[in-house]
Design a binder for this molecule. Sequence first.
Ligand SMILES: [Zn+2]
Length: 193
Amino acid sequence: MYIPTQREHIMSLTNDQMNQAKDDASQFMFASMRRLATEYNMPELRHVSIQFTLRGNCAGTANKRFAPNGTPYYFVNLNEEIFEKGTKRDVELVLLHEIAHIMCFINPRLGKNHDKGWKRVCLAIGGDGERCHEINLTPARKRYLTRHIYIVNGHTIKLSTIRHNQLDKGLRLRCKHGEIKKSHYSETIKIAK
Ligand SMILES: [Zn+2]
């Protein structure tokens, strides 16, 4: 998994530009896979596929699944937001990062997760061996709101987590029913958005 850190680099792509960017990314990945299948004697790499359905704060993932007959197969899932918020080189670095994971899936002796072995593979195939990239993606939309329930003089008050934490740190809060105190806390609930 690839968790990016903050950077502002925002532009908007037309549909054509987005499709072109996906084509370029696919071409880059398939060409890399063909090259590495030969270099590392890993024929499985020729069958790795790519999809663009990943959403949320993660730029890419490497995935291993099993066909009904038990044969493993692999795919990279890319967050299309990186085409808008990252450079072409950023996209390539994400792909190389995920390809290194897949090579470790195929040959677990190479490495695991983001360990030294994985890093060695990532650097050897032209990646930067970094866990994180500086692409600022939109976090996955939360499906729930968290609210903290306080009972103030018989009235139910719902506080956000920010307010709840401020109160915990000693900030004095009032509502129309009086001062909200820590001792008024009842429970924390999730509300569907
Ligand atoms: Zn990773």
